[in-house]
Design a protein around this ligand. Structure first.
Ligand code: S3P
Length: 173
């Protein structure tokens, strides 16, 4: 019997500014896993920042590249994958991510989400509120676990770590 240790990926979804990057990095460090940020992968592939991709090529082009990146990272095991906030818009992205992944939604209340220039779809408070309203149902229906990142000291980090560690280990017979 061969021990494979094929644990599922920790996949973080949620609105821009919900803390996917910071929680993801911490989880990867503490659990000894590889950390993957799909936005960073897209930027590396294109050689420019996300905002420039939106401005010069448009959102449909960004979504196409995002989908290709998601397809690639979905084949891995035992990684922490921080996704871009719009990943839930394409059901095929979520099907791919779920194959080897547990989906944790970081559901930060929109009042607590910060607008930022680097995030073209979330660079004003108004945009954040309307995106949240538009997407909430999709975020919830695609999540295996809904985590409130503001529910108390380290609650998000502890819950996600525990779910990850509690997985059954896969054995090849
Ligand atoms: C987006 C969120 C961004 C980035 C792009 C689109 C979205 O990622 O993928 O600007 O549609 O919500 P973050 O959630 O990491 O900011």
């Amino acid at each position: 019997m061969e021990y494979n240790n094929k644990r599922k990926n920790i996949v973080l979804t949620g609105m821009p500014g919900s803390g996917k990057t910071s929680v993801g990095k911490r989880l990867a460090e503490s659990l000894g896993l590889i950390y993957i940020d799909t936005d960073k992968q897209i930027e590396e592939r294109m050689g420019v920042v996300i905002r420039t991709i939106f401005e010069t090529k448009g959102e449909p082009c960004f979504r196409e590249i995002e989908k290709a990146v998601i397809r690639e990272v979905s084949s891995l095991y035992g990684c922490v994958i921080a996704t871009g906030g719009g990943v839930i818009l394409d059901p095929e992205n979520m099907t791919a991510l779920k194959e080897h992944g547990i989906i944790f939604l970081l559901d930060r209340r929109p009042e607590l989400l910060e607008a930022s220039y680097e995030r073209p779809l979330a660079d004003t408070k108004e945009k954040i509120f309307s995106l949240y309203k538009e997407r909430l149902e999709l975020y919830l229906s695609t999540a295996d676990y809904v985590i409130d990142p503001d529910s108390g000291k380290d609650a998000d980090f502890e819950t996600i770590s525990q779910v990850y560690l509690d997985q059954e280990t896969v054995y090849d017979m």
